[in-house]
Design a protein around this ligand. Structure first.
Ligand code: GLY
Length: 402
């Protein structure tokens, strides 16, 4: 009887909402208190980004801010984070329809556009898909599409079939460095195949993800940060860290990039092995004894000085956004765990501990992220990608759109 009722209910849903609704397996009702917080967060975000846009020079992209000196650190368009500012503005515009946010986003993207030809970085997915990709979803257009296709071509130029990966960082001739973060750049390639019908972008994304799945992960599904492949043979010659506590530690943002990356892989291919990979990474993160009760991770799961080690709001924001997609693809029990964890993260990032008071924080929305402790840069500061993935998580909670 229950099955018949479910069948009738599903058919009615299908009739009214189309097949997407049925893909949203395990969907949970939105909590009113969380929705209320989200509305407040958007208001704060919009005011903060209006402040930020006033502080920036015409060619500047925000990077971070130091409250003690009220000084911002900005970058040019070639820095890996240059897509997050326009991308966040687009998300804020979608919510508020305030034209000034879209205008600013389009202004800065004119400065960013030249990076479509940049073949010296693997970060083109972050830079161009979080910006132009979001613009294309909002207002599809030939000029944006050309920029995205050129960006995908530039990214493809860094793929070597011998290694089976896109090269992350250039270094000595015999080295071929690939970082887990690179999983985030693949979404651009899937878009390029859908747009052009040329499957080579799709194949490179799948090959990169498969090689990474084989070599980057430990048996507990935590990941190394950096793999050094032999450029001539493709063999793994080193597994190490750059931004984590130690080679064998689990750098928090790296785990978040992997979680998000394999969730996208499942969305784009529907290959169950990627879903299992994402769920296994989620298990490492969520069942980790060192994940604090508020679900804002320490900067590294193995950081010394816990519980006094610094937290990384950016890793939390990436995790929340990824979990708010992954839960749609997961069975009831896991879906509930992912959904409620994302709610907990949103609630805690919305607290005064992490959310900036309007008019402070140099216009950034969140406080307390960690760029690189080993590199002694961006320690316990606001960061553009924390803001971007936080606002994306809010959107995903409200609209279930990816
Ligand atoms: N390499 C990008 C990051 O810091 O996560």
């Amino acid at each position: 009887m229950l099955k018949i009722k479910t069948l009738i209910f599903s058919s009615v849903l299908l009739l009214f909402f189309g097949p997407v609704t049925l893909a949203q397996k395990g969907k949970y009702p939105q909590r009113k208190d969380v929705l209320k917080l989200i509305d407040k967060d958007y208001k704060v975000g919009i005011e903060q980004y209006k402040l930020m846009m006033k502080r920036l020079g015409p060619q500047d992209f925000p990077k971070t801010y130091f409250p003690a000196s009220d000084k911002a650190e900005n970058s040019g368009s070639g820095w890996w984070c240059s897509g997050f500012y326009p991308g966040t503005l687009i998300y804020l515009f979608e919510q508020s329809k305030e034209q000034t946010l879209l205008n600013e986003s389009e202004r800065i993207m004119k400065v960013l556009a030249k990076e479509q030809y940049n073949k010296t970085t693997h970060d083109l997915g972050f830079m161009m898909y979080c910006s132009f990709g979001n613009l294309e979803k909002l207002e599809p257009g030939a000029a944006t599409e050309t920029i995205l296709i050129n960006s995908a071509k530039s990214l493809m130029s860094r793929f070597d079939p011998k290694v089976g990966c896109i090269k992350s960082w250039d270094s000595k001739p015999n080295d071929y460095l690939v970082i887990i973060d690179n999983m985030m750049n693949l979404e651009l390639l899937f878009w390029a195949t859908k747009q052009t019908g040329d499957s080579s972008y799709y194949k490179v994304a799948v090959t990169h993800a498969n090689t990474t799945m084989k070599n980057h992960f430990r048996s507990n599904y935590s990941s190394y940060h950096v793999l050094n492949y032999n450029a001539a043979t493709g063999a793994v010659q080193q597994k190490k860290t750059a931004q984590g506590f130690a080679d064998e530690s689990a750098w928090a943002r790296g785990q978040a990039w992997g979680l998000y990356g394999y969730t996208v892989m499942y969305r784009e291919t529907r290959d169950k092995k990627y879903l299992e990979q994402a769920q296994n990474i989620a298990r490492f993160i969520l069942d980790n004894p060192y994940l604090p009760a508020d679900k804002i991770p320490y900067w590294d799961f193995d950081a010394p000085n816990k519980p006094n080690a610094l937290r990384d709001a950016s890793a939390a924001a990436v995790m929340a956004s990824a979990l708010l997609e992954l839960y749609h693809y997961s069975d009831k029990q896991l879906a509930k765990k992912y959904y409620t964890t994302a709610e907990t993260i949103i609630k805690n990032l919305s607290s005064p501990q992490y959310l900036a008071a309007v008019g402070t924080n140099g216009g950034f929305i969140l406080k307390h992220s960690v760029g690189s402790i080993p590199g002694k840069t961006e320690i316990d500061v606001p960061l553009t990608y924390a803001d971007y993935y936080f606002i994306e998580a809010l959107k995903r909670y409200k609209t279930a759109k990816f």
